[in-house]
Design a protein around this ligand. Structure first.
Ligand code: SF4
Length: 393
């Protein structure tokens, strides 16, 4: 029988359990004893969660003021679709003609949401442009969106992230624009540092493109670089994955996010699994162990964690950061104690009630549906925020 390091603990956000115990005044030993007794959680996983929760605590304290909120903007377009993708992303080749009307709808949504938050006296904390791949928009379109965000949500944002997941979408023009507009964190996601794997998973870029994109990010002085890697991609083993890790570590990004392959219902993989040869669970667990060791040797510390259904070998996804360089948005998004207003395609708003329960409002993944339903979603978001304010007195 396979060991079950997470015991019977299910759910995407196991750290929320630990935060609740910390709030109730549990010591480390009391929390460990509780998690072992109630969930069969192994000590190694508990220690990881405890370390993460202590690192997250100051950010949760700073961001838990109900007047603060973060903004997530979903740009649901990518150059092509990765084989594992279940994100709300449309291939530009297929649906590029919807890009212009999407941007116009998004600008209206940003403006209307800004009027609402201003009327409620709320202040922006962090801003995150994700998707999809925001950098596959034209520079002029990105500039209009960011300028609209700055006008709608004035103030000094604590962090401003843009995902540039596909390195082949990063140009000098894009990076200099993002840098001039105050972006201070950017994600360039290799997933693997092997050309053969990149081709097998449906990405239309090479390892050289990744290195070129990183050098542009550095040249234009963007403060924090994140790079994502995935354990368990087709044809990979521990030796190949370690090479990818070493190559990424040599680029010294401030953040590294370690994902583990998890087959999603809406992905191409789920439709044709026989086409891909994934490493077995024991090999994936070995890759994970090797990665954790290398990250520790290079002084990266875990700062957020989440799990997914069907994740390979029952593992977990972990965000690592050089000391003091944690992504604030990732922490508040995972721990769900801070309002997040999700604008654009496939985004979710999370409105936090005073008792820490949530109201989730998801925008449609389909771009056409999003454009049709945006006004109705604005009304729902407004009602929910006003209700929460009333409850808070
Ligand atoms: S880059 Fe991300 S959002 Fe785009 S297709 Fe790949 S997994 Fe999906």
């Amino acid at each position: 029988m396979q060991p079950k390091p997470w015991g019977v603990l299910v759910g995407v956000r196991p750290s929320k359990q630990i935060h609740r115990l910390i709030d109730r005044g549990f010591s480390r030993n009391e929390a460990l004893e509780f998690m072992q007794r109630e969930f069969g959680l192994q000590e190694e996983k508990f220690a990881l969660l405890w370390q993460i929760c202590l690192r997250e605590k100051p950010v949760l304290e700073e961001s838990s003021n109900p007047q603060l909120f973060s903004i997530y903007v979903g740009i649901p377009f990518c150059p092509t679709r990765c084989f594992y993708c279940s994100f709300p992303s449309h291939s530009l080749a297929e649906l590029g003609k919807l890009r212009t009307p999407f941007v116009e709808t998004l600008l209206q949504e940003i403006h209307a949401t800004g009027l609402l938050t201003e009327s409620l006296g709320m202040k922006p904390y962090t801003v995150y442009l994700g998707g999809g791949t925001p950098t596959c928009l034209l520079p002029g379109e990105l500039e209009r969106i960011i300028t609209a965000l700055k006008e709608a949500f004035p103030g000094s944002w604590r962090e401003f992230t843009v995902e540039a997941g596909r390195p082949d979408t990063i140009t000098v023009e894009q990076i200099s624009l993002l840098s001039n507009l105050g972006v201070d964190r950017i994600s360039v996601n290799p997933q693997s540092m092997h050309d053969q794997t990149l081709q097998a998973i449906g990405r239309c870029h090479t390892v050289d493109d990744i290195e070129e994109a990183v050098s542009l990010v550095r040249r234009y002085g963007i403060r924090t670089l994140n790079m994502d890697l995935i354990i368990g991609l087709p044809g990979e083993n521990t030796a190949l994955f370690s090479e990818s890790m070493q190559k990424v570590l040599a680029l010294a990004p401030e953040n590294i996010t370690l994902h583990v392959f998890s087959p999603k219902r809406a992905s191409r993989y789920r439709r044709e699994p026989e086409k891909y040869s994934l490493p077995p669970a024991e090999e994936a667990a070995k890759m994970h162990k090797t990665a954790l060791k290398l990250l520790k040797q290079h002084h990266y510390e875990p700062y957020y964690l989440y799990r997914q259904r069907n994740i390979l070998a029952g593992l977990e996804n972990i965000g690592f950061a050089q000391p003091g360089r944690e992504c604030l948005y990732n922490i508040v998004m995972i721990e769900e104690r801070h309002h997040i207003l999700g604008l654009g395609g496939g985004a979710t708003s999370k409105i936090i009630n005073p008792d820490l329960t949530l109201t989730n409002i998801a925008t449609p993944k389909d771009v056409r549906m999003y454009m049709q339903r945006m006004p109705e979603l604005l009304t729902r978001r407004e009602k929910s925020l006003r209700r929460t304010k009333e409850l808070a007195g």
